[in-house]
Design a protein around this ligand. Structure first.
Ligand code: COA
Length: 379
C-alpha cells in the first residue's frame, strides 16, 4: 500500500477559495455573496439573484432594466437547437436533451472562442435566457404539443411556466417556482460545479464546462435526486382520495422496508449538511403553499411519513430535492423534467464559478495512489 493519504471522494478537502457562496453546516446557513439565501428567496426576483451571483453585488435599477431587456431578447428557441432536439428520441432522458442543447448553443454562440470577462458574462447571460425554452419545448414535444412562443410582458419565471404549459400561471405558482430557482442556483463546490471548474481550468470554453456539469448533475446522488424523490412517491402510490394520516402510514411502512433492505432513499442526506439542509425550510414552505393551492393534502402525508420514518430510523434529514420534487409535480412538470429545471437555475452558479476559476486559474489535476500490480514484464 502507498504511504500517500487518499482523500476518497475529496471529502473534507478544501480545493480553492470562492467568493460566490458560503455553506456553513454548523449553523445550517447558506450565503450567496454574503446574503442569506432565505432573504433572497423571500425578496428578490430570480433575475436579480442571477446578477448578484455573477457580479457580486445587487443590481442597480439601470442594470436590472438592461438585463431584463437582454434576457427577453434571448428567450427564443434557436432553430439549430430545435433541429438538434428533434433528432433525439422522444423517450431519451431530458437531461440528455439539456446537455445536447447547451452544446449546440455553445457551437452557435457569437463569442464561442472568446473567453474575455465581457464575453464570458454575455455567454452566461445568453445561456440563462435560452435554457427555459429548451425545457419547455422538450416537455411539450414529449406530450405531442406544439411549442409556445415566449412573451415579453412576462418575467423569467412567468414566461418559463407560460412556455411550458401554454397558460398564464397563477401568482402562487410563479412564486413557488421562483423560490425553487433561487434555492437551486448555487451551492459552492458541489460535484457539478467542481466539474465545471475542472473543465475551465484546462482553459476550455464556458459551454464545454456547463455541458460537463450537466453530465455530473444528472446522477441520482446529485441533481437527479429530485426526480428520484418523485419515483419514490410513485412507488408508494399517490392516492388523491386518501387522508393525510393514511398516506403517512403507508409512507412510513415503505420507508421501514426500504431501510431494512438497505436501500438508499433519494432526497435524504447531504455530503456537507449533516443536521439539515439550510434550503429545506424555505422550499418546504413553498411546497406547503402549493399543496394548499392544489388541495392535495395526501401528498403532505407521504412527505411527512417518509421524513419522520427516516429521522426515527437513521436521523438523516431531507435535502433540497425532497420538497422540490413534489412541488414541480404539483405544478404539472413531468418527473423527468425536474433535473433540467435544476440546470436552468444552476446555470447561474456554474457560470459564476467558471468566471471565478478563469480569473485566477490553476489547472486542477490531483494525484492518485497506484494500487495495481507492481512493475512486471511481458512474457
Ligand atoms: N438513504 C439511506 N441511507 C443513507 C442516505 C440515504 N439517502 N444517505 C446517507 N445514508 C447512510 C449511508 O448508507 C451511510 O450509512 P452507513 O454508514 O451505515 O453505511 C451513511 O448514511 C453515510 O452515507 P455516505 O454515503 O457515506 O454519505 P455521503 O456524505 O458520502 O453522501 C449523499 C451524501 C448525498 C451522496 C447521500 O446522503 C445520498 O446518497 N443521498 C441520496 C441522494 C440525494 O438525495 N442526493 C441529493 C444531494 S443534495
Amino acid at each position: 500500500m502507498s504511504e500517500q493519504t487518499v482523500h476518497k471522494g475529496l471529502a473534507g478537502v478544501v480545493a480553492d477559495h470562492t467568493a460566490i457562496s458560503k455553506v456553513n453546516p454548523e449553523t445550517n446557513s447558506l450565503l450567496y455573496r454574503g446574503y442569506p439565501v432565505q432573504q433572497l428567496a423571500a425578496q428578490l426576483s430570480f433575475e436579480d439573484v442571477a446578477l448578484l451571483l455573477w457580479s457580486g453585488e445587487l443590481p442597480t435599477e439601470a442594470q436590472r432594466s438592461e438585463f431584463m431587456a437582454f434576457e427577453r431578447a434571448h428567450r427564443r428557441l434557436m432553430p439549430q437547437v430545435r433541429s438538434a432536439i428533434d433528432l433525439l428520441p422522444v423517450d431519451c432522458h431530458p437531461m440528455d436533451v439539456g446537455r445536447t442543447a447547451v452544446s449546440v448553443l455553445g457551437a452557435c454562440d457569437p463569442d464561442a472562442e472568446d473567453s474575455s470577462p465581457q464575453a464570458e458574462l454575455a455567454k452566461a447571460q445568453r445561456l440563462f435566457a435560452a435554457f427555459p425554452a429548451v425545457v419547455a419545448y422538450d416537455q411539450r414535444r414529449r406530450r405531442g404539443q406544439e411549442p409556445v412562443e415566449p412573451r415579453d410582458d412576462l418575467d423569467y419565471s412567468q414566461n418559463f411556466l407560460w412556455m411550458t404549459f401554454g397558460e398564464e400561471p397563477a401568482e402562487e405558482v410563479v412564486d413557488a417556482f421562483r423560490v425553487s430557482m433561487v434555492l437551486y442556483a448555487e451551492h459552492s463546490f458541489n460535484a457539478s460545479t467542481f466539474t465545471a471548474r475542472v473543465v475551465t481550468s484546462t482553459l476550455s470554453d464556458l459551454h464545454s464546462a456547463v455541458t460537463a456539469a450537466i453530465g455530473a448533475l444528472k446522477g441520482p446522488l446529485h441533481g437527479g435526486a429530485n426526480e428520484a424523490v418523485m419515483h419514490t412517491f410513485d412507488e408508494i402510490g399517490i392516492r388523491a382520495e386518501e387522508s393525510r394520516e393514511q398516506a403517512a402510514a403507508r409512507a412510513k411502512a415503505w420507508m421501514d422496508e426500504a431501510l431494512t433492505a438497505k436501500r438508499r432513499v433519494m432526497g435524504f442526506g447531504h455530503r456537507v449538511y449533516k443536521n439539515g439542509d439550510s434550503r429545506v425550510p424555505t422550499m418546504k414552505a413553498a411546497l406547503d403553499r402549493m399543496i394548499d393551492y392544489y388541495g392535495r393534502d395526501e401528498l403532505l402525508g407521504l412527505y411527512d411519513g417518509l421524513e419522520q420514518a427516516m429521522d426515527q430510523a437513521k436521523g438523516i434529514k431531507p435535502n433540497l430535492d425532497y420538497p422540490a420534487g413534489p412541488t414541480y409535480h404539483l405544478m404539472g412538470f413531468d418527473t423527468e423534467m425536474f433535473t433540467p429545471l435544476f440546470i436552468a437555475s444552476r446555470i447561474t452558479g456554474w457560470t459564476a464559478h467558471i468566471m471565478e476559476q478563469r480569473a485566477e486559474n490553476s489547472l486542477i489535476r490531483p494525484l492518485s495512489a497506484y494500487s495495481g500490480p507492481a512493475e512486471r514484464q511481458l512474457p
